[in-house]
Design a protein around this ligand. Structure first.
Ligand code: C5P
Length: 227
């Protein structure tokens, strides 16, 4: 069968990674979570204290970009690749609220985007890939055979993310999560470099009122039309 490139973009916490993983598993494709890469760079910046509440030194981060190695290493128990920052597994740490709070600022730095986009394009060279993010259908793979743009109301998305964080034992309130989701939406859609926007040829899926199974069925249909 022909192997294609599948780009899944959308606002934060729309469940992109859930469907992307499901789809990759079903098709035997590689799944790449590009948000994890921006999160890992943010974690690096936090540890080096280039970014903190009320403080941001993008130039110091840019100067150290060559020191940052990002790798996905497949975890057979989980069925997807986990994020390694300079050979340390940071899969858990990059999901914490602290990283979420700063990641959209780091992701707005053109030098950061340039480095990560190049790595993403390299990973997708062989096709047979499902990649999720904000600019996959517009910038990383403008020629992707299948582009999906996922949306849901901010409330619905914050509710899902809140439950996820709670389950992991994080001490957050729903209001904090909602605020973070809305702030990231705003920063992601208004930044100068590669803002979040639906690609003209992307198929939009609003999953506010879809079950996971219903959504997956829709996406499989789109896949069949695309190949
Ligand atoms: O997908 P996730 O919510 O983990 O992404 C975290 C942040 O990384 C986004 O809010 C966005 O600022 C940034 N991002 C991006 N481009 C991508 C993927 C993520 O700017 N392709």
């Amino acid at each position: 069968a022909k192997r294609i490139t599948i780009a899944i973009d959308g606002f934060s916490s729309t469940g992109k990674s859930t469907v992307a993983k499901q789809l990759a598993k079903e098709l035997g494709y590689v799944y790449v979570d590009t948000g994890a890469m921006y999160r890992a760079v943010t974690l690096y910046a936090l540890r080096r204290e280039f970014i903190a509440e009320g403080h941001f030194d993008p130039h110091a981060l840019i100067a150290e970009l060559p020191l940052i190695s990002l790798k996905f290493i497949f975890n057979p128990d989980k069925g997807f690749g986990e994020m390694y920052l300079n050979d340390e597994n940071v899969e858990q740490e990059i999901r914490q609220m602290q990283v979420s709070q700063f990641v959209s600022k780091v992701a707005a730095i053109p030098e950061v985007r340039e480095m990560l986009v190049a790595q993403q394009q390299e990973m997708g060279k062989g096709k047979g890939i499902v990649m999720d993010g904000r600019d996959i259908g517009t910038v990383v793979f403008p020629d992707a055979e299948l582009k999906i743009f996922m949306t849901a109301t901010a409330d619905e998305r914050a509710q899902r993310r809140y439950l996820e964080l709670k389950e992991r034992g994080e001490n957050v309130t729903f209001e904090e999560v909602l605020e973070n989701v809305e702030e990231r939406d705003l920063l992601d859609t208004t930044r100068k470099d590669s803002p979040l926007v639906k690609a003209e040829d992307a198929k939009e899926i609003d999953n506010s009122h879809l079950t996971l199974a219903g959504q997956f069925e829709k996406i499989l249909e789109l896949f069949k039309e695309a190949i």
